[in-house]
Design a protein around this ligand. Structure first.
Ligand SMILES: Cc1ncc(COP(=O)(O)O)c(C=O)c1O
Length: 480
């Protein structure tokens, strides 16, 4: 109550003192526009003064436009506080540290050309939300509420929701992984998993091997950890193994980050023999592999290719990071790290130190959804949908865009190398015509990729794919 500190003096009339007290409180920022004042009766009771004095004070303040009474509701402050002392300003931009600056500089959502309403955008590789089976998801949510009860909204465990962990253990076994001596940590998607692994295992200046090109977010994370990124060029069937061997010998890397299936941005699926070769090279030099298994469920054409982690039958040299962001719902932000038990023990503490744990209700719903069989049905549906769309887009690209090569055999995107034409120059012209795509250079840790582009088709309608690819093709032809 604003009058609790009010001391009445006999130097001025009481109504004047009440007016001044309210004005002082406004000036000091204690009363904001819209704050409700106590009623005149309450004030007269608290201050033990006549109600008339309070009514007079309120009438004066109202006539000055400082307060306003609303019939049936009460009296409110109507003037914005003009606090002369309110000059607590901080120059935040001068306080942003090296990490904050690096994240801002590498934030492609801020640095790349923005989407504008009505454009045809091939930038994203997010899933098509029209495919999401919301009804099954709602059912899973209701089941969680009735089975788990109130406790699902309480704190959970850093490692994750036990039933989901057990489910994922079996899921990994079905992929051919020997889970003996391994454990799982649930993370906020691949992105957090990768960041936690690098935070726990590397220090600034360490070298890390990756495919060149590679996932832009992974580049950002490696850069913000001040790692020396050693990009190994890719052939049409995946990482160049001769170069991999050479680079490992020369740079003595701490880790190797590899995306064996539906690689982003190339779409390449590394075949079995190549996986063996990569695994053997890393094993020879004792370089642990971080395997990004984000899209391996897509399976457009070939049958299941076992992940690299399945090659380390008794060993613990592979850290597998999985994610449901492409094959299921990215908004849930659920991924997992499967690795050696002791390593997971350490990563669990890092997770707890940073964010305590991922949302338990989300993990529980996901578990319910998967365990009900809805996931298997959904995966079948999306595979077919994306495969058809991939083939359609590929056809359109081949018909319309003069290219040097098209890499890969799928994913939610097509990676094209143009014949010596800068994709950024093409993009600038396409933008004027309302078409957007990802210039390939963002997938290179240093320079490179000038003539490449990634066409993400997952959320673009077929008519728009047709129209957009034709526009890109016409501009490339014009520039050839
Ligand atoms: C190579 C790769 N890994 C993982 C992911 C998924 O990341 P997250 O699980 O953090 O959404 C993506 C998304 O585009 C990706 O391209």
């Amino acid at each position: 109550m604003i009058f609790s500190s009010f001391v009445i003096s006999d130097k001025e009339p009481i109504y004047v003192q009440i007016c001044n007290h309210i004005k002082d409180n406004i000036e000091a920022g204690m009363l904001q526009k819209g704050s409700k004042l106590p009623s005149t009766r309450e004030v007269s009771n608290v201050l033990k003064v006549s109600r008339n004095s309070v009514v007079t004070a309120y009438e004066i303040l109202e006539s000055e436009g400082i307060i306003k009474s609303v019939k049936g509701k009460g009296t409110f402050i109507d003037k914005v506080s003009r606090n002369s002392k309110d000059n607590f300003n901080v120059d935040w931009s001068s306080m942003i540290n090296e990490y904050g600056e690096a994240c801002t500089k590498l934030d492609i959502l801020k640095t790349e050309l923005p989407y504008k309403k009505g454009m045809i955008s091939f930038k994203s590789i997010a899933p098509e939300e029209g495919l999401f089976d919301l009804e099954e998801f709602k059912r899973a949510f209701l089941n969680v509420c009735s089975m788990e009860g109130d406790k699902i909204l309480n704190y959970g465990y850093a490692k994750g929701y036990n039933k989901l962990i057990d489910y994922l253990m079996k899921y990994m076994q079905e992929k051919g992984v020997n889970t003996e001596g391994k454990d799982i940590l649930i993370t906020n998607g691949f992105t957090e998993g990768f960041d936690i692994v690098l935070s726990s295992l590397t220090k600034a200046g360490d070298s890390i091997i990756c495919e060149e090109p590679t996932h832009n977010t992974a580049i950002k994370i490696m850069k913000t950890h001040n790692l020396n990124i050693v990009g190994v060029p890719m052939d049409l069937d995946g990482i160049n193994t001769k170069e991999l061997d050479k680079q490992i010998k020369e740079t003595n890397p701490k880790l190797a980050y590899i995306i064996p299936s539906y690689h982003n941005p190339t779409g390449i699926v590394m075949k079995g023999e190549k996986r063996q070769e990569v695994y053997k090279i890393c094993e020879k030099y004792s370089v642990p592999i971080i395997e990004d298994g984000f899209n391996e469920e897509l399976l457009y054409s070939s049958s299941h290719v076992p992940p690299l982690v399945s090659l380390s039958t008794e060993g613990n040299g592979v850290v597998y990071i999985g994610s449901f962001s492409k094959i299921l719902f990215p908004g849930l932000r659920i991924g997992w790290i499967m690795a050696d038990k002791n390593l997971i023990g350490a990563l669990e503490s890092v997770k707890r130190a940073r964010t305590i744990h991922c949302s338990f209700i989300d993990q529980a719903i996901l578990y319910q959804y998967m365990n009900s069989g809805a996931f298997t049905k959904y995966v079948k549906k999306v595979r077919k949908y994306y495969r058809d769309k991939y083939r359609f887009t590929l056809e359109e690209v081949k018909k319309n865009i003069p290219y040097e090569c098209i890499m890969g055999e799928g994913g939610l995107h097509i990676f094209i190398k143009l014949k010596g034409i800068s994709s950024r120059d093409v993009l600038a012209k396409c933008y004027e015509k309302g078409v957007l795509f990802m210039p390939g250079d963002i997938f290179y840790s240093g320079s490179g990729g000038e003539f490449t582009m990634r066409i993400g088709f997952s959320r673009v309608k077929k008519e728009e794919i047709k129209k957009g690819i034709k526009i890109i093709g016409d501009i490339v032809k014009e520039m050839s």
